[in-house]
Design a protein around this ligand. Structure first.
Ligand SMILES: [Zn+2]
Length: 93
C-alpha cells in the first residue's frame, strides 16, 4: 500500500488538495511555484497547515496538510478528528 497523499496531481498537471481527515478532494488548480495549492487557490472553507515539501508526516504523507470545510467545522466545534492514525484537536483560545 502506498503512503497517503495530501495533494493529488491530475493528468493535466494540476493539483487538488486532499483532506487529511476524510480524504475528500478539493477542486483542481494550477500549482504554485512550489508545486502546491496556493492559499489563494484553496476553495472557500478549506484550510491548510503549511509544511515544507520535504517534511514527512507520521502517516508517510509529505508537505502541507489540507482540511475540507466539513472537517474544519467539526474541529471548530471542538471535536477531535482522527487524521490517519493521529488525533487532532484544534485548540480554541
Ligand atoms: Zn474532511
Amino acid at each position: 500500500m502506498s503512503a497517503p497523499v495530501n495533494l493529488e496531481r491530475t493528468a493535466a498537471g494540476k493539483v487538488r488538495p486532499v483532506c487529511e481527515f476524510c480524504g475528500r478532494k478539493g477542486r483542481a488548480v494550477t500549482p504554485d511555484e512550489c508545486g502546491r495549492v496556493s492559499l489563494w487557490d484553496l476553495a472557500r472553507g478549506w484550510s491548510c497547515a503549511p509544511y515544507p515539501e520535504h517534511v514527512t508526516h507520521p502517516d508517510g504523507s509529505t508537505g502541507t496538510l489540507y482540511q475540507c470545510p466539513a472537517c474544519t467545522r467539526r474541529l471548530d466545534r471542538g471535536e477531535a478528528l482522527t487524521s490517519r492514525g493521529t488525533t487532532t484537536k484544534r485548540v480554541v483560545m
